[in-house]
Design a protein around this ligand. Structure first.
Ligand code: SF4
Length: 76
């Protein structure tokens, strides 16, 4: 089950999702660098469907900006 499709949603998961969304607006240089590296991988991934990850159901721009999110294909 994907990170954004679990029900009921846990507090930790909600915090992670909100962190990703808030980092779209307010992000540090570290977050921007990590997100850039992650998104470069997501762009080439066969699980990417119009910026939504088929594997977890997440919106990739927010997932990539949440430091609490993980993907086995990312290098971090
Ligand atoms: S989060 Fe992982 S599985 Fe999903 S699109 Fe990005 S690299 Fe692919």
């Amino acid at each position: 089950m994907g990170c954004c499709t679990e029900t009921p949603i846990g507090i930790a998961k909600l915090k992670s999702i909100l962190q990703g969304w808030s980092n779209i607006i307010w992000s540090s240089e570290k977050v921007r660098r990590i997100a850039h590296e992650r998104i470069e991988i997501c762009v080439e991934c066969d699980q990417n469907n119009k910026n939504f990850c088929i594997d977890c159901g997440c919106w990739i721009p927010a997932k990539a900006r949440s430091l609490e999110e993980h993907c086995k294909k990312w290098n971090d």
